[in-house]
Design a protein around this ligand. Structure first.
Ligand code: 4UV
Length: 536
């Protein structure tokens, strides 16, 4: 659906009429639901079998909120979770958002340098960490006087001598939990996940209570998740996809969420079969595995009603292979961390090859021509801009990046696409720098900054190049310092030694004479991309 007027405005809306979204905080929105779902199962840990009903989950959330208050955490304090998926992670997310504590999250594969930047940048005052990552957290804090001063507690999921255990927080009597917290739904931040957005280094995305409360109500009208749904939470809870649509999207309906710490083929398939999973939220590499791997035939996956794929482009060939094997469409959604995260969603009935579905209600979109700024009608390709109650408050401590990204209330996504004749969105390309490796964000600016610290490198530029298994992989272009011996292997190893595994230069390294730049000094990645495409 779209409307045009004489001044050539072309604004797209959802085919679903707008809904009334009551101004509420997350505790006001979520806790009564948990109460109402009572003794239904809510979360199950696939590793340990530990299960919480909705009432037990509500009770745990209140105890955690109270225990954190007892430890001195107050509204607006930032707590950081460093963990793979488990029930504790799900409980902590819900406890923080219902206690006014801001939760920030890290990728569990972070190196100490990456974690250090995150803790500093987010203003973290407390860390919750799984036992296996405690050495990393200890090493990161021990080497840094500021972090030693800032961080009040390190709480461990598991046991570690001298550290407060997460389970001991669950022994709290709940008496300090304050349901009537003075939270301003429109201004107070609930979650602080990180994203590099359209350019530069990862930034804290300030999602307010109303951003999240709105998006939960917006996407449920299209996702049509129901109380007897079971979802396998294999995608990381540290990412917006895991925390909001997967965790909160399932529990707002009274469904069951089964947590799994990592993707391993056999246990993944066994978990779907054992728990009779009905909604399977995936990223393209998982869909690829399901569509292609012979091992899949050994398992009964017939319980899956809604196979859902998001976070990165899904190739048409893969969509069709999935369709052929499962005789079921693969529903897509499109969004970004800055959109809490959902902008568009397909339904099982309307899903088509190549589309990412309709706008969710209460959301407007425009497609803007990169050169002229004109708003484009159906079928015309331009930058996707989104307006709605799910648009983030802004980037943490970065007004400049906020003002570049949100202009006149429109969030400029940095994605290129068009709207087809049915009103469905199609994402065709990415204008922004971001690289997505298996759905994980890799910020070229971060790798470029690192490469410039190498003693033999004078200048560097990084782009993403296509890869069938992972979507995209980072590739570096480097200019050596004069008279410095520098090999491609040196560069690959240097990066490997200094970043998390998913950021490695899997797309290779090319040694060149000069990095192409605009007169203002911006790296012209388009030229690097074109030169790579010509090589093929
Ligand atoms: O910030 P981020 O890492 O956020 C995400 C959000 C995932 C979503 C989206 C809708 C849902 O319903 C849901 O459950 C989870 O990934 O990365 C944002 C960028 O990822 C690309 C695009 O470049 C975004 O700006 N991207 C996300 N979804 C798609 C996509 C898609 N379906 N097709 C192509 N690119």
């Amino acid at each position: 659906q779209f409307s045009t007027s004489l001044n050539l405005r072309v604004i797209y809306t959802s085919p679903i009429p707008d809904i009334e979204i009551k101004t509420q905080t997350l505790p006001e929105y979520l806790l009564p639901k948990f109460e109402a779902f009572g003794n239904r199962r809510a979360i199950v840990d696939n590793e340990t079998g530990k299960t919480y009903t909705y009432l037990e989950m509500r009770d745990a959330v209140i105890k955690l909120g109270s225990a954190l208050h007892r430890l001195g955490y107050r509204k607006g304090d930032v707590l950081c979770m460093c963990s793979t998926n488990n029930t504790e992670y799900a409980l902590l997310i819900l406890a923080c958002v219902t206690s006014g504590i801001i939760l920030t999250t890290t990728n569990p594969s972070y190196t100490s340098a990456e974690l250090s930047r995150h803790l500093h940048h987010s203003g973290t005052v407390g860390v919750v960490v799984i036992e296996t990552l405690l050495p990393l957290v200890k090493e990161t804090i021990a080497g840094d006087r500021d972090l030693q001063n800032e961080i009040k507690n390190v709480i461990v999921v598991g046991q570690a001598y001298g550290y407060r255990s997460f389970s001991s927080l669950l022994d709290d009597d709940g008496s300090l939990y304050n349901e009537n917290l003075d939270i301003d739904p429109h201004n107070d931040v609930a979650l602080l996940p990180y994203s590099s957005g359209t350019s530069g280094l990862p930034k804290g995305v300030m999602l307010t209570h109303m951003n999240v409360v709105s998006n939960l109500q917006q996407f449920r009208l299209l996702s049509k998740s129901v109380a007897d749904d079971t979802s396998l939470c294999i995608l990381p809870l540290f990412h917006c996809y895991g925390m909001i649509p997967i965790l909160m999207g399932v529990v707002q309906e009274g469904g069951v969420l089964v947590t799994m710490p990592r993707f391993e083929p056999e246990p993944f398939l066994a978990a779907i079969e054992q728990h009779r999973v009905t909604i399977l939220q995936m990223v393209p590499p998982i869909a690829l595995f399901l569509a292609k791997h012979p091992m899949v035939e050994k398992y009964d996956l017939t319980s899956i009603r809604t196979p859902f794929c998001s976070a990165a482009p899904l190739a048409s060939s893969l969509y069709n292979e999935y369709l052929n094997r499962f005789k079921s469409t693969l529903v897509q959604g499109y969004g970004m961390t800055e959109l809490s995260p959902v902008a568009t969603l397909d339904t099982m009935e309307s899903s088509h090859e190549g589309t990412v579905g309709f706008l969710v209600p209460n959301t407007n979109a425009k497609i803007v021509c990169e050169e002229t700024g004109a708003e484009l009608g159906p079928g015309k390709i331009g930058e996707v801009c989104i307006r709605g109650p799910q648009v983030m408050k802004g980037y943490h401590k970065n007004a400049e990046a906020t003002n570049e990204t949100i202009r006149d209330g429109w969030l400029h996504t940095g994605d290129i696409g068009y709207v087809n004749d049915d009103g469905c969105f199609v994402i065709t390309d990415r204008l922004k720098e971001l690289i997505k490796y298996k759905g994980f964000q890799v910020a070229p600016a971060e790798l470029e900054d690192l490469l410039l610290t190498h003693p033999g490198i004078m200048d560097a530029g990084v782009i993403g190049v296509p890869d069938e298994d992972s979507g995209e992989v980072p590739r570096a272009y480097v200019v050596p310092k004069p008279n410095q011996p520098l090999t491609q292997e040196d560069v690959v190893t240097f990066v490997e030694d200094n970043v998390s595994g998913y950021k490695r230069l899997r797309g290779g390294v090319e040694i060149i004479d000069e990095i192409p730049k605009s007169p203002s000094g911006k790296i012209l990645r388009r030229i690097l991309r074109e030169s790579y495409a010509k090589k093929d």
